[in-house]
Design a protein around this ligand. Sequence first.
Ligand code: PNS
Length: 162
Amino acid sequence: MSKTVICPGSFDPVTRGHLDIITRASKMFDRVIVAVLVNSSKTPTFSIDERIQLLGETVQELSNVEIVSFDGLLAEYCRKRGVDAIVKGLRAVSDFEYEFQMAIANKKLNPKLETVFLAADADSTYLSSSMVREIGSMGGDISNFVPACVHDRIVAKLTKNG
Ligand code: PNS
């Protein structure tokens, strides 16, 4: 049976760590929905349109990956779209407690919804969007941290804001 999974997140902005998880999910499952959360308590640096555009360019060679935005509960969105599982990357033990809580809550809300954790690639264990924003806005080199095809646009935005 065909399996659809979702990679949800803020993607503010997309990093090489995100790309690694999305790429691996696209090889393991039939269909991958990359879902950008619209309303979160955090004020994003990149607008929803910018985040979607950067993600779209980043994954353009992965034919079974779709980029969407979503609002409200992830478990409900997954129910509407017939998603079988949430795919998340785990970078370190420090990620685990929060991710484990979310996995259980999402399963309570939608009992058919599984969560699959992928161990982050060794090169991505230290990497986060907030680190990219901080280093980039202070003029540091972020070329190892973000996908090459969107590097210049991310730098332009971060240095304009800085
Ligand atoms: O990249 P992030 O900010 O760590 O992603 C967090 C995200 C978007 C996966 C999480 O905040 C989420 O699923 N939000 C949607 C609202 C929701 O369903 N909350 C209950 C989660 S148990």
